[in-house]
Design a binder for this molecule. Sequence first.
Ligand code: PLP
Length: 435
Amino acid sequence: MALIAGRMSRLGTENAFSLGDDIRRCVERGMDVIRFNLGAPDFRSPPRLNRVAAAALDAGRSGYCDPAGVLPFRRAIADHVARTRGVEADPERVVVTPGAKPPIGYTLQTYVDEGDAVVYPTPGFPIYESWIRFVGAAPVPLALSADRNFAFTADDLAPLVGERTKLIILCSPSNPTGGVLSRDDLAGIAELVRERCRPDVRVYSDEIYEHILFDGLEHESIVSHPGMPERTVLASGLSKGFAMTGWRLGWAVLPTREEAAVFKRININVMSCVPPFLQEAGAAAYEDRAVAAEVRRMAAAFERRRDRIVPALSAIPGVRCRTPKGAFYVFPDVSGLCERLGVYEACESFHKGARSRTTPAGMLQMFLLYRYGVATMDRASFGRIGAEGQDFLRLSIANGMEDIRRGVARIAEAAEDAEGFAEFVASEDGEALFG
Ligand code: PLP
């Protein structure tokens, strides 16, 4: 009998967190590392919200509370959804979760049986693929392409939807690409779902980046389209837009009270409830106009950084960078850079020895980190299925302008250092990482 149950081998990870060990190693060697890897805003949580949480704590609201979430927060979420998506949202269909990550696993556990098919975007948030595999479902990747600015339409989705489809995952604005689905794209997708899918098929709409849109775009949601509120699990939270990643405040709006009760039951089984004093601040986040203004200021800062980093990266030989329309990531194609540095040959020789599962972008990622102190994420970190032959890196722009300037300058320097790359691959670091 094995110590660890077999199913755990199917649970994936989020490399943005696991890269922490490599970064620590570099820092211990005295390197100054610019962290383009983590998707966490560099802003502090709004002081007004800090004060609400502290006051609630001082007032003694520190015990267990309703596992679905305290009613004032659920009401604030329902009002926010009604206001921004133009649909009615009943607080009894809202469940508060510790961040926007848990509803992904809750959805897979609630709706998907072994052998059911799940359509999901790739490159995409890696936790989708992790949970799809964990529940024994058939992963059906929907490949996003740089040429289409990482958006897609019903025509792209149609061939992937069949009899076995139980769940379709959407994420707009998207991590890692910054791609955004337009109102028309979503209208077409909604029509396809209404016409081709049984009523018990669900759409999971991950809208955690709803507050971070550029070029004057407004957030669009699939739930705003006819027939979709009754088929969509809408998930979002405060982590990204409000710069509150460590608070762990997220939520889901379920199609029915019955489905919300299942999510509540999972909460009860896993963590009982989200701390009530945090939820009071959560309610204020959606109700306080001054906080809304702060959220807009942060989104504007991300847009200025995008406008700085995209041309700067594109000026590096071998890097092609699209202009994201939302979220706080850029996702440049680095195949030309891999070519210049001799990464493909190096990767090939590791593969020939059957010693390594690394990808060219993965090798470049480690070279940039270990030799130039720039932490990025490689394409394979955003879904392994279908990642072969795609060489991209994700850089988070949730970093100040000065770090962006220094980080890009280091990448430009690395782009001229084919010799350094060869030395790195042959070094103890290279052996330890890829051998
Ligand atoms: N969904 C997407 C697309 C994300 O990028 C993230 C975080 O990176 C999450 C969900 C999880 O958010 P949270 O930190 O609120 O759990």
